[in-house]
Design a protein around this ligand. Structure first.
Ligand code: CP
Ligand code: NVA
Length: 306
């Protein structure tokens, strides 16, 4: 079978996502009926965490166990990586011992170097630049609640971070628009927005304008992991980029609210919104489990009959 990695959202075609979401539906329904599905007995997933995690760790570990496989979790500081072993050597060694690897790290270039030296599929569990598994879960969640996301408008309010960049890649693949509003100085980096030419990306100085008429309003922390030194400055710069009831009022009547979590109530979102009726954040978190099971199965076995 051809070796495939999942390093960014654009690594899969629309047709592959269509398959993965159909497969997710099947896997999720089976899980909800308490019917075991264990095609990955004797297979091992290694997870490498260079940053903190709750959802990614639990969803990958539970998912791999549910598929019949086992999991090894490595925190950088406990391994030789923490003492400077080159990432290329770590990839060569781990990939001779396990069947699939998930990494959460800093620069995208690290995961690219790792995957270039890996004999087995590598999954991006978040980098500074991208978080593809999150947006797979988010689009599956949108579709469960509202049907196809094609032609819809997603409002991104706040920092132009890894999650925002991944929404921009997804817009091109799924044919929807992203309306982005960031504070001055925190705009989407050029090169991330190559969706501009296809009309899937628009920027707004005022976050209310970005939210107006949106089908989905979404945001994320003001300070991502690795940027803690900027926290005080960011709290000041982002204070007008809070998703609140007024922002949800100008969005479409049936607009959903999403947040990849962890959230800071009173900063990027009010408690009223995240704990309110339009919020689907708990479904969004749960669906990480189901989409990633479909992803692991796809990378290890390929297409199976739905
Ligand atoms: N959304 C997400 O990836 O959460 P964790 O940082 O808890 O894994
Ligand atoms: N943008 C956040 C996402 C956390 C899941 C971060 O990188 O810290």
């Amino acid at each position: 079978m051809e070796l495939r990695h999942y390093l960014q959202f654009s690594d899969f075609t629309p047709n592959e996502y269509e398959y993965l979401f159909a497969r997710t539906r099947w896997i999720k329904d089976k899980f909800k009926r308490y019917e075991p599905y264990q095609p990955l007995a004797d297979r091992t997933l290694a997870m490498v965490f260079e940053k903190h995690s709750t959802r990614t760790r639990v969803s990958f570990e539970a998912g791999m166990n549910q598929l019949g496989g086992s999991v090894i979790t490595l925190m950088t500081r406990d391994t030789q990586m923490g003492r400077g072993e080159p990432i290329e050597d770590v990839a060569r060694v781990i990939s001779r011992m396990v069947d699939i690897i998930m990494i959460r790290t800093y620069e995208q270039s690290i995961i690219e170097r790792f995957s270039a030296h890996s004999r087995v599929p590598v999954i991006n569990g978040l980098t500074n630049e991208y978080h593809p598994c999150q947006i797979m879960g988010d689009i599956f969640t949108y579709t469960e609640h509202r049907g196809s996301i094609k032609g819809k408008t997603v409002a991104w309010i706040g920092d132009s971070n890894n999650v925002c960049n991944t929404w921009l890649q997804a817009a091109k693949i799924f044919g929807f628009s992203v309306h982005v509003s960031t504070p001055p100085g925190y705009e989407v980096e050029s090169g991330r927005s190559d969706t501009g030419d296809t009309g899937h990306f628009e920027t707004f100085a005022d976050p209310l304008d970005a939210a107006r008429g949106a089908d989905l309003v979404t945001t994320d922390v003001w300070t991502s992991m690795g940027m803690e030194a900027e926290d005080a400055e960011r709290k000041h710069d982002f204070e007008d980029w809070q998703v609140d009831a007024e922002m949800m009022r100008v969005a479409n009547e049936d607009a959903l609210f999403m947040h990849c979590l962890p959230a800071h109530r009173g900063e990027e979102v009010t408690a009223e919104v995240i704990d309110g009726p339009q919020s689907v954040v708990w479904d969004e978190a749960e669906n990480r489990l189901h989409v990633q099971k479909a992803l692991i199965e796809f990378l290890l076995i390929g297409r199976t009959i739905v």
